[in-house]
Structures are given as structure tokens and as C-alpha cells.
Design a protein around this ligand. Structure first.
Ligand SMILES: Cc1ncc(COP(=O)(O)O)c(C=O)c1O
Length: 459
């Protein structure tokens, strides 16, 4: 029996990333409140939020300092914009702080309201910049299969997942996808991580040469792939990619929307994996998701071109209403202050061994083919046959089934196909981490029983 709230939901909402037909039968999971790493649904059941919402509520669900900061800033100045040279104190302070902690030399910051619009800004900046530099043919952008960069027309084009393209008439022309750097799934038998990285780098170079280096403007990558399956890169991968991009004067856009601000055990994934980034997209943990805010950080080379071009045209004709929102920026400044004061990076590093030990231990389970992570992000891949790495048939929904058993056990995790991701709030304690994996182990055992009952396992 669906609750009254569920019926009202069904009659009013179109949910993102939801099977809209199934939703009409099963209804929503309504979350009503949160405390620390826990959230509570409308029936009063508690869950460990093992995904920090959507990889974002770094400081958990009840941070009073962020709430008070929002309230105080709302009282003082709930809105002002930064178009036409206007500004506000929190927007300036946040940009200063971002420049201080950026993993590569950053000259300026451009604000938006979502990871998607940050990546759209990146695409537009690259095009604008190459027009300004008098090389209008250098416009193509290379992204990766299974990369996730958002849902707007350009950022969904960058995304390398079929569901973001099918029937949306995407990707846009000029956006290309190179191979996915997932060793477990795509390496040849016996291929080492380093050899796999070399092969992928060679493929990238071939693509650039095939297209013509003077037509390729930029490459975009997440340090750790998120929605593609929480995939950490193979050894040596970014080092090899850096060298190729430098060789053909191709900008490196780092999408740090998930990895930014401590998630990998460094302030940025760019540092963890040595990306030679020219520009960086940030969002999510920048405010611990207490306000929608994104930022594009750019180096001096990119900024100078924008200045020259706007001198010529008369303006930099881009930006949205909420750019530099004083409440969002004040919350972000406070968030960064808390990260520093409470040594969040050190905290992630201190809990990571427990997180990774328990994650890696899942690899012993009969259903788990791969378990791998870094810092406080990782995933398991459920397979039909551990020896051959054969996947389950997609429509059997084995990953999704394990997620629904996890919900029964009081844990929220996310299935991306048969990869199940863990990305808890970064404030999680060791004891809560143990509890999170205890709950998932019980869910996996139920999944195994179910899969056996359905006859899904290899004989
Ligand atoms: C790496 C990455 N880039 C971009 C985005 C898009 O961000 P948003 O959903 O805020 O538009 C996401 C969202 O999950 C992401 O994980």
C-alpha cells in the first residue's frame, strides 16, 4: 500500500535517473531528516548514507555551522549577482581560498550552480579560447567511455554513457570518446596495469592523429570515474595521458566534481593521480552539498585569452543568475574552513585503511569480481563467474537487487549496472565504516541466495 505522500509524489514529480514507468508502481523512498552519516525515511527507518547523497554531503546531514552560516548570510544579503562587474565578499573570499588550495596554479575562478553547468562552461571556454587564438578549427573535445560529466547538452555529450545519449540526439558533433580506463573489465588477459595504460594512451594518440591534432582542443577526465562505476585509474595512466596532451597542445580539463575536497585522501584527485590539469571543474563537496554551487578554476593562460577576447567583443557573454551567489559562497567558505580546521584530508586518510580493508574483503564473496577504491570512494563489481569475469545479463538487475537488500539492512549505496559504489560522508568514523560494510555483507548474502533461487549463477 502506497502512503499518501507516495501517491502525491507519483502524481506530481518526474524523477531524474528513474524508470518512470516502474516508479508509478513502487513509488518513492521519501527521506525526511538526517543526522551525521544517517538519514531517516518517512516511516522512521534509519539508513547509513553510504553514498553521501550523490557523492556530496561530505560533512554529513546535520552540520550546525553550515546551517548557521547559511542563516546569517541569508539575513545579511540573500542574493546579489556578479554580472556586469558587481561582486560580493563571500564570492571573492571563496575564490581566494580556492586559489590557495588548488592542486595546480590557478589564476581565476568562474562560478556556476551545478557540475553540469561547470562542464558546459569548460566546453564554451575552450571554443571561445580557440576562436580568440585564431585557430577556429581546433574545437574537438575528447572524453572517455563511461566518463560522467553531467546532463546539459554539452556535458551530456561529454558523458560516455549510452543512457545519456539515446533518443536525446547526443552527443554533439565534435565530441569524441576514447576507451574507458578500467583494467579489470577491459585489459587483455595477462596485461599489466602499466601495459594497459600504455595501450590506452597509444589509442588516445591514434585518435588525435586520425582527427588531426590541429582540430583537437581539449581532453576531459575525472580522476576517479564516478557514475561510470566508481573506477580508479590503472597505474601510470594519467602520466601517459599528460605526455600526449602536452605533445599536441591539448588542454586538460580535470572534472573534480566528485573527487574534489578530500575524497581521495588528498585535497584533489588531480594530486592523487598527477593530472596535468589546465582547468578544473568543482561542485558537490565544495559546499558539502548544503547549497548548489560549482566552480571552474582556470590557469593564467586560459584567463588571459578570455580577457583579450572580451576586450575585442565587449563582454564575456556567459554566466548564470546564481553565479557567485552570496549564500552558496559563504557556505563554501565555511565548508573549506571546516575541512582545514578539522583536518578532513587527514581524517579521510585515517579511516581509508578500514574502508579499503572492508571493501577489498568483499572480493572474497562469491558474487564479487572486483573490489577497488581509494580514500573513501570505491566499488564492487558483481559477476556471474569470478573466474571468467562473465557479467550477469544486464536486465537481471543483480546490482540493483543488492542495493534493495542493502536498503532493507539500513544502508544506502548505489548500483551502476552491476557495480555498487560506496562513497560515505567524509566525516564517517571507523566504527560506522565497519557497520556500513557489515550491512552490505548481509545484503550481498541475501543477493546470493536470491541469485541462486533465480538460477542466475554459473553452474
Ligand atoms: C564527475 C561529475 N561531473 C559532473 C557531474 C554533474 O554534476 P551535476 O549533477 O551537479 O550537474 C557529476 C554528477 O554526479 C559528476 O559526478
Amino acid at each position: 500500500m502506497l502512503s499518501n505522500l507516495a501517491v502525491r509524489d507519483i502524481e506530481t514529480l518526474v524523477h531524474p535517473y528513474t524508470n518512470l514507468a516502474t516508479h508509478r508502481q513502487v513509488g518513492p523512498l521519501v527521506i525526511e531528516s538526517g543526522k551525521g552519516v544517517f538519514v531517516t525515511d518517512s516511516s522512521g527507518k534509519d539508513y547509513i548514507e553510504g553514498m553521501a547523497g550523490l557523492w556530496c554531503t561530505a560533512l554529513g546531514f546535520s552540520n550546525q555551522e553550515l546551517i548557521e552560516t547559511a542563516y546569517e548570510q541569508m539575513k545579511k544579503l540573500p542574493f546579489t549577482h556578479i554580472f556586469g562587474g558587481r561582486s560580493n565578499d563571500p564570492a571573492i573570499e571563496l575564490a581566494e581560498k580556492l586559489k590557495e588550495i588548488a592542486p595546480v596554479p590557478i589564476s581565476k575562478v568562474f562560478y556556476g550552480a551545478s557540475g553540469s553547468d561547470a562542464n558546459d562552461t569548460q566546453v564554451k571556454m575552450v571554443w571561445y579560447m580557440n576562436n580568440a587564438l585564431g585557430r577556429p578549427q581546433k574545437k574537438k573535445i575528447i572524453s572517455r567511455l563511461k566518463g560522467y560529466h553531467g546532463v546539459t547538452v554539452a556535458s551530456a555529450s561529454l558523458t560516455g554513457l549510452p543512457n545519456n545519449h539515446i533518443d536525446f540526439d547526443l552527443p554533439l558533433p565534435g565530441i569524441l570518446h576514447t576507451s574507458c580506463a578500467h583494467h579489470y573489465r577491459f585489459a587483455e588477459p595477462g596485461e599489466t596495469e602499466l601495459d594497459f595504460s600504455s595501450r590506452l594512451a597509444a589509442e588516445l594518440e591514434e585518435m588525435i592523429l586520425r582527427e588531426g591534432p590541429d582540430t583537437v582542443a581539449a581532453f576531459i577526465a575525472e580522476p576517479v570515474m564516478g557514475a561510470g562505476g566508481a573506477i580508479t585509474p590503472p597505474e601510470g595512466y594519467f602520466e601517459k595521458v599528460n605526455a600526449i596532451l602536452a605533445k599536441y597542445d591539448i588542454l586538460f580539463i580535470a572534472d573534480e566534481v566528485i573527487t574534489g575536497f578530500g575524497r581521495t585522501g588528498e585535497m584533489f584527485g588531480t594530486t592523487t593521480y598527477g593530472l596535468a590539469a589546465d582547468t578544473i571543474s568543482c561542485a558537490k563537496q565544495i559546499t558539502s552539498a548544503y547549497f548548489p554551487l560549482s566552480a571552474v578554476m582556470m590557469n593564467e593562460r586560459v584567463y588571459e585569452v578570455l580577457v583579450d577576447q572580451s576586450r575585442k567583443i565587449g563582454t564575456f557573454g556567459h554566466g548564470n543568475t546564481y553565479a557567485g551567489h552570496p549564500v552558496g559562497c559563504a557556505i563554501a567558505v565555511k565548508t573549506l574552513e571546516i575541512y582545514k580546521r578539522d583536518k578532513i584530508v587527514e581524517h579521510v586518510r585515517s579511516v581509508a585503511p578500514t574502508f579499503l580493508r572492508r571493501l577489498n574483503k568483499l572480493a572474497e564473496h562469491p558474487l564479487v569480481g572486483e573490489a577497488r577504491g581509494v580514500g573513501l570512494i570505491g566499488a564492487v563489481e558483481l559477476v556471474q563467474d569470478k573466474l571468467t569475469r562473465a557479467s550477469f545479463e544486464g536486465k537481471k538487475g543483480v546490482g540493483a537487487k543488492s542495493v534493495s537488500f542493502a536498503l532493507e539492512e539500513g544502508l544506502i549505496v548505489r548500483a551502476m549496472g552491476d557495480r555498487v559504489a560506496f562513497c560515505p560522508p567524509m566525516i564517517i568514523t571507523e566504527a560506522e565504516t565497519e557497520e556500513m560494510f557489515d550491512r552490505y555483507e548481509r545484503a550481498l548474502n541475501k543477493t546470493l541466495d536470491w541469485a541462486k533461487g533465480e538460477g542466475l549463477l554459473a553452474a
